[in-house]
Write a protein that binds this ligand. Sequence first.
Ligand SMILES: *Cc1c(COP(=O)(O)O)cnc(C)c1O
Length: 384
Amino acid sequence: MIPLSVPSLKGNEWNYVKECLDTGWVSTAGKYVERFEEEFSSFVGSPHAVACVNGTAALQVALRVVGVLPGDEVIVPTLTFIAPVNAVNYLGAAPVFMDCDDFYNIDVEKTIDFLRDETEIQRGVTFNKRTGRRIGAIIPVHIFGNAVRMHELAAACRDRNISIIEDATESLGTRYLDPVLAGKHTGTIGDVGCFSFNGNKIITTGGGGMIVTSIPEYAERARYLTTQAKDDEVRYVHNEVGYNFRLTNVQAAIGVAQLELLPGFLESKRENFLRYRDTIDHIDGLTLADAPPYARNNHWMYALQIDRTRYGKDREEVMAYLKGEGVQTRPVWHLNHLQVPYRDCQQYHIEKACRMLEITLNIPCSTGITAGEVAFVAERLRHG
Ligand SMILES: *Cc1c(COP(=O)(O)O)cnc(C)c1O
């Protein structure tokens, strides 16, 4: 079976973890946690990085850091893994769902239309005209590694005092090329950026996450909230409700080793993207989804797009066929505005997300996948 995505742990992971075990530094204190934070922040080019237990926790903390309160609303895309939507819910806030664009990302034009037509600003605070609730933040998600058009979005949000939390959990390594944001990494444009090191991400610590920001007070607050909001280290005085969300040294040790491998992972993701494309784009009815031209993509996940009339099979049929050939694939996540807990939440002209979901199938993308395996998948598709 060629799996959809499995981690590659072929660097210094063993050495660094062994050192943690040999020295007894296995928990949340230890040099690897700090080293991981420092090396991560320098890789993405953000002044501050705070490690935490996973990407979902990073998003939850980020929402508190920017001041989202119970009863607020947060704009989220409907097409995404559910984690950012759940994070909004954990705070007692409500999601407002947006459509996606051609790159699966939140539709920036529609979001700006929504802000212009459906909200009003009172004393610098943006309220949803329909519900009367404050819109505290927006969470653009860089889906499959594709960079969101942050420049336009950031300008619209800045005017309205809406905080931006970038969900960059899928896009570590993606950098902008366009003149305004050139060289900047996804996750470093908004007020706070969140990353994940889950097993299926481009680098993994088993489970893990990172919060990055250029605002020192936000970094300090994230550190405070992820370590139980301790106001007196010795006497254990807590003036707020915090979380036990700090990453352990063992996980951070794996993270440091994985960061060393990241440049190679990025290269292999790109090479395999080009290999897939060479074959797939010559098959009638199939295309490999393009990356946005304004960014250098990390190509975390490859999206096959199927025209069922021309190809003769729909997404479900291709998935079943490939499974029979020993190839694991996965459709895009069920849209969040249709998920049971979120059905009654507000949605704004969602159209494209339904179509993108219908035509898309993710195909094997492990960093360790061989050229032969890529050729095998592409050949099966040609004969399918
Ligand atoms: C992976 C992922 C997360 C966070 O995942 P964790 O498993 O909690 O680390 C959040 N958002 C998106 C879009 C993701 O793909």
